[in-house]
Design a binder for this molecule. Structure first.
Ligand code: NAG
Ligand code: NAG
Ligand code: NAG
Ligand code: NAG
Length: 400
């Protein structure tokens, strides 16, 4: 227990260390090995006791940087013989079929971009973990993240993303990523991500640009992945990397669920497509002309039965991609005639409208929730500690 705690701290120290190295290396134009060698000398002369330990880590780091040419996927792929595997080699080329149409010409650039590549659905994997779902897994937690948000992943690993076993029920965690959408970020961050994956082994990465409109790609590629590799997963929690989650409350909630089409979250039943151009969720009528969306659960965090996830994968294949990922899943649910169930413990659209309200910082409130948006790493770590301390709450909220 204490040992694994130490290990985690150790890992995060190491990761920050690598970040510093890389930045320095980039600035000084050294190779990482040169830098590490210098650093090692410094450490040895300054701190003879600790240096022994750090030296081990440095040699791990050295080996990692040496393996430059080896693709990361190889490591995982060779650990187990796999009957089914990710066999996507799609070559995504632009579709100019409607580029001369007037309705298309009038669209905003991001919608144009979306439509030109809408037909490209599955992408090759850059980092895969076929072994992740081996054995019986009760709850698979998957978190949408982007390459630059390393601090959020780190905070999640220390809090609600901890892999553990509760009464024999295994919880496993994975982060879902595409490639950096900015050219300058791609080169610098990719190597760091691979190193992060080398340490934690919890990254799935696909070869598509990580943009807002490509979140639906993350959805469908994950569903396909789950369908290939995860026969023995019981439930899936999928969410954002800036939320507070209580896995204990989720497990309690799942305790009472019968096998079936469970799909639970912060559900909107009659949402209207947003027609104001300034809004992040704006949708032109050319893309969606109906007045209402089907019921859907906010993508900040929702729970589903894995058998339903498999059905969603099948129907999603016959549906054109829609730029808003949670609405897209709502469309798939509609085809399956499954109505998502609203649960008051999911607060993914905010707790109360007033951002300054005390409710947003009240640990007694968080203690009874399954998911709350929106907490950045320092707030998440603080709230996690508070909720797991000996809280004295004046009155118990019965949500579950
Ligand atoms: C993808 O398509 C482009 C253009 O058609 C071609 O040049 C390239 O070689 C293809 N790549 C693969 C891996 O098939
Ligand atoms: C573009 O149009 C052609 C001819 O109608 C069709 O065969 C092709 O599938 C279309 N491309 C896409 C990506 O839909
Ligand atoms: C989604 O990713 C693909 C593949 O990287 C890219 O071609 C496309 O432009 C992206 N779409 C958007 C809307 O960013
Ligand atoms: C919380 O309370 C229990 C029992 O009252 C006690 O054993 C435990 O040490 C306390 N934990 C903390 C962190 O104060």
């Amino acid at each position: 227990m204490a040992l694994s705690g130490k290990k985690t701290v150790y890992k995060s120290v190491l990761l920050s260390f690598v970040l510093v190295i890389t930045v320095t290396v980039l600035q000084r134009g050294m190779t990482p090995n040169q830098f590490l060698q210098n650093q090692r000398k410094d450490l040895l002369s300054q701190e003879p006791v600790k240096a022994q330990k750090r030296d081990d880590v440095l040699s791990v780091a050295n080996n990692f940087w040496k393996k430059d040419s080896e693709p990361v996927t190889k490591m995982a792929a060779t650990t187990e013989k796999q009957v089914k595997s990710w066999d996507v080699t799609t070559n995504c080329t632009v579709n100019l079929n409607f580029s001369k149409d007037d309705w298309f010409k009038g669209l905003e650039p991001n919608f144009k971009q979306f439509l030109l590549y809408r037909h490209c659905r599955y992408f090759p994997m850059i980092i895969n973990h076929p072994e992740k779902c081996s054995g019986n897994i009760h709850l698979l937690i998957v978190v949408k993240s982007i390459i630059t948000q390393h601090d959020r992943r780190e905070a999640i690993r220390k809090t609600w993303g901890q892999e553990k076993e509760v009464d024999g029920k295994k919880i496993r965690t994975l982060f879902l990523l595409g490639v950096a959408s900015k050219e300058e970020e791609r080169a610098n961050y990719q190597k760091l991500l691979e190193y992060e994956n080398h340490i934690y082994g919890d990254i799935l990465q696909w070869d598509f640009l990580d943009s807002f409109f490509n979140l639906t790609l993350k959805e469908v590629n994950f569903l396909k992945w789950l369908n290939i590799y995860c026969d023995n997963v019981r439930f899936v929690f999928k969410g954002d990397d800036d939320v507070f989650v209580s896995p204990d409350n989720i497990l309690d909630y799942l305790e009472d669920q019968k096998a079936g089409d469970l799909f639970t979250g912060d559900v909107l039943y009659k949402a209207k497509p947003i027609r104001k151009k300034e809004n992040k969720y704006y949708i032109p009528t050319a893309l969606y002309s109906k007045t209402h969306y089907p019921p859907y659960a906010g993508g900040g965090g929702f729970l589903m039965d894995s058998s339903l996830a498999r059905k969603l994968y099948k129907v999603s294949e016959n549906l054109e991609l829609y730029p808003i990922d949670d609405v897209f899943l709502g469309m798939c649910l509609e085809i399956l005639k499954v109505t998502p169930v609203a649960h008051a413990g999911f607060k993914t659209f905010g707790i109360v409208k007033n951002k300054n309200s005390k409710m947003n910082k009240e640990p007694c409130f968080f203690q009874n929730m399954l998911v709350v948006h929106k907490l950045l790493p320092p707030e998440l770590l603080r709230m996690w500690d508070l909720v797991h301390s000996n809280l004295t709450c004046s009155r118990k909220l019965y949500i579950l």
